[in-house]
Design a binder for this molecule. Structure first.
Ligand code: AGP
Length: 609
């Protein structure tokens, strides 16, 4: 996620802006910039890379400015570069804008603005914003920003600076956070509290659709042109707590960011009439798609588990054979890959050595490679032929959560994209699946709102148990693998995932009285079979926690606890089923006093073989 800061007051703006951006570094970024006004002249400094690169560009020459805006960019549209860095300006260079979010209709706006004579300097979606303000600016900056907002679809937190209004900042937000800091004769904008907590603990949180006008005289907030009376909150966090948004760990913060991550990853990709999927970074022609005879999915760890979900989903919808490989195995097994194989590479970091090597192996054998990755401009993104970005924002905790869930979205939307081209799915089925996809963010929010107490209580069992099993069939088995890895890697409990029908072929010998078994049962076509497996386990004394959809009345008769999920299509169940498993693992780790965010022996990105 990008970081935004703004300042107006009686102190030099640049040091405050840079300090604020430094406090937002934890959000992850690949470039940075500031824009300030001094003596009614706007000065812009931007640099790809880390903040020290920007400081080198500024080189202490801060123009003694008392007003400015700053930005750290996490690339979504357009690779990391100086010209793609924020702030972005209009044609005259007199209007500067910083933005966090995704402008869904930027292409149509850019075309319209270019037809109006505007000249663009970057590949970003953001750059349409200063040109819109330029187009509408007559004498009042607020009304120009209101007109800009009226043209934009998508998500944004944005602050506008104008050379012709040297004592004013105007900000607006929708679906992305923006807070206001209230100091003594000075005011701040920021994406998050850490950026301003050293200057003031008095904050106002802008709500969606509210526009704030900031001058040294104070703040005015409007919604639909009507003044809004904002209350001031007093923040009692320290800086470290503030970086986690008040959560005790990055992992639980990122688990709770999943509804937004899902929403962002779906934004702009589902046709408004649910007739299909649009993937701007995938350039497969219909002929190329029709020539696909096999799909090879390759990844590591959690991404590999997303790939297993992909296998079930793609084979069911596309009726094309799908192989899933662990990258470190794939590259050495002389894989049967050729020009008729579509290789799907999944990687949060886009830098995992084994996965990158597998990508190169597949390309050497003539395959077309599509990457599903979370980092724009990463090695895997650059070397793939096509990319489906997951817009989860930077994932700080070593244990992957929001990246996994958005990788699943990547798999679903790629599948629907291919299905449309192959004419493999009736119109009403496409619409039904896409409508249910669109509901998932709110349903994930329901789980987060309603199940944490129950899951925290269940997790107490891991205070005394060193072993656990996750079982399921079909897509539930794929998610069981991920649930097992989560529990292992952050609580050090030795968990195993098993296909529910396979347990009796040996491993059932390990089922003893009270051993925790998480039994996933969301797939109706194998529900009865799974139930009989669960009864086998229960008959041997296990403590069984069942996971099923709301409305099921059978499972509770055969287990000790039931976790109920909001109803969705069985095909999409993994996106919701995994959330309670992530939460269960998190609470188990906390109960066991483990290092949740930095588990022993592990690294966030495994860039060595
Ligand atoms: C996820 O919880 C793990 N930390 C790990 O398995 C990770 O998924 C794996 O290393 C792959 O990383 P990537 O997605 O960045 O390629």
């Amino acid at each position: 996620m990008c970081g935004i800061v703004g300042y107006i007051g009686n102190r030099r703006a640049v040091p405050i802006l840079l300090d604020g951006l430094k406090k937002l570094e934890y959000r992850g970024y690949d470039s940075a910039g500031v824009a300030v006004i001094e003596k009614e002249k706007l000065y812009l400094n931007r640099s790809v890379g880390k903040l020290h690169m920007l400081e080198g560009r500024i080189n202490g020459n801060d123009h003694q400015a008392r007003i400015g805006i700053g930005h750290t960019r996490w690339a979504t549209h357009g690779r990391p570069s100086d010209s793609n860095s924020h702030p972005h300006t209009d044609c005259t260079g007199k209007i500067a804008v910083v933005h966090n979010g995704i402008i869904e209709n930027f292409l149509e706006l850019k075309e319209w603005l270019e037809a109006e004579g505007h000249v663009f300097q970057s590949e970003t979606d953001t750059e349409v914003l200063p040109h819109l303000v330029e187009h509408y600016l007559k004498d009042d900056l607020l009304s120009a920003v209101e007109k800009m907002v009226a043209r934009v679809r998508g998500s944004y937190a944005t602050v506008v600076l104008s050379e012709d209004h040297p004592d004013t900042l105007v900000a607006v937000r929708k679906d992305n956070p923006l807070i206001i800091g209230v100091g003594e004769g000075e005011y701040f904008f920021a994406s998050d509290i850490p950026a301003i907590i050293n200057y003031t603990k008095k904050v106002m949180v802008l709500a969606d659709g509210e526009i704030a006008v900031m001058t040294t005289q104070g703040i005015r907030v409007y919604k639909d042109g009507i003044p809004v009376d904002k209350k001031i909150d007093i923040i009692d966090w320290d800086t470290k707590a503030a970086e986690k948004g008040g959560y005790p760990h990055f992992m639980i913060k990122e688990i709770n960011e999943q509804p937004r991550a899902l929403r962002d990853t779906l934004t702009g990709r589902i046709a408004p009439d649910y007739s299909g999927v649009e993937l701007k970074e995938v350039n497969l022609t219909d002929d190329e798609i029709k020539r696909i005879q096999k799909i090879a999915i390759v990844a590591c760890g959690t991404a590999y588990h997303a790939g297993i979900v992909g296998k079930y989903v793609m084979e069911k919808i596309l009726r094309i054979p799908v192989e899933v490989d662990i990258a470190s195995e794939f590259r050495y097994r002389d894989p049967l890959i050729d020009e008729n194989t579509l290789t799907v590479i999944i990687s949060q970091s886009g830098e995992t050595a084994d996965t990158l090597a597998a990508l190169r192996e597949a390309k050497n054998r003539g395959a077309r490679v599509v990457a599903i990755t979370n980092v724009v401009g990463s090695s895997i993104a650059r070397e793939a032929d096509d990319v489906v970005y997951t817009w989860a924002g930077p994932e700080i905790a070593v244990a992957s959560t929001k990246a996994y869930i958005t990788q699943l979205i990547g798999v679903y939307i790629l599948t629907m994209y291919l299905a449309k081209s192959l004419d493999m799915i009736p119109k009403e089925d496409m619409e039904n699946i896409l409508r249910h996809l669109y509901r998932l963010p709110n349903q994930a929010q329901e789980i987060l709102d309603n199940l944490s107490g129950q899951l925290n209580e269940i997790a107490e069992v891991f205070k005394k148990w060193e072993d656990a099993f996750f079982v399921g069939r079909g897509l539930d088995y794929a998610v069981a693998l991920e649930g097992s890895l989560k529990l292992k890697e952050i609580s050090y409990v030795h968990a195993e995932a098993y296909a529910a029908g396979e347990l009796k072929h040996g491993t059932l010998a390990l089922i003893v009285d009270n051993i925790p078994v998480i039994a996933l049962s969301t797939q109706p076509d194998v529900f009865e079979k799974t139930l009989s497996n669960i009864r086998e386990i229960k008959a041997r004394g296990a403590y069984v926690i069942g996971v099923t959809f709301e409305g099921d009345t059978e499972l509770k008769k055969s287990v000790d606890q039931v976790i109920y999920l909001p109803q969705t299509l069985p095909l999409l169940a993994p996106v919701l089923t995994v959330v309670p498993l992530q939460m269960l693992s998190y609470y188990a780790s906390v109960h066991r006093g483990c290092d949740v965010d930095q588990p022993r022996n592990l690294a966030k990105s495994v860039t060595v073989e």
